[in-house]
Design a protein around this ligand. Structure first.
Ligand SMILES: [Zn+2]
Length: 116
């Protein structure tokens, strides 16, 4: 047997009578949809819009997390680029020193030959 609960619409304040076996209804005064929440024998209404806002917030949060992940990836890419730049600079320095050593070795060999 259905029991009636009298509540006021959280959106327009109109008096509503709802049966205890429904969990969602549209207000007969303003037409807004509401979700019926029952906890600890207390019946309360919350507009469906709130639920949508929560979903939207969830989406925003995911979007933010996605962006943060993107920023972190970009930062790592920057570090990677910086590191390979430094590595290239070190390799340049190494080959410069190597060619300098080779030049010195040639001079030394020439000097040795001249003495002989
Ligand atoms: Zn209403």
């Amino acid at each position: 047997m259905a029991e009636f609960v009298t509540l006021s619409c959280p959106t327009c304040g109109g008096k509503l009578k709802i049966t205890n076996d429904i969990d969602r209804f549209a207000c007969s005064h303003c037409g807004n949809e509401h979700v019926v929440k029952r906890s600890g024998g207390i019946v309360s209404l919350s507009p469906v819009v709130d639920g949508l806002k929560k979903i939207k917030t969830g989406v925003d949060k995911r979007e933010r997390e996605r962006k943060m992940g993107q920023v972190a990836r970009e930062r790592m890419d920057d570090m990677e680029r910086q590191r390979s730049k430094e590595l290239a600079a070190l390799q340049n320095e190494k080959s410069r020193i190597e060619s300098e050593m080779a030049r010195h070795r040639r001079i030394l060999e020439q000097l040795c030959r001249q003495r002989l």
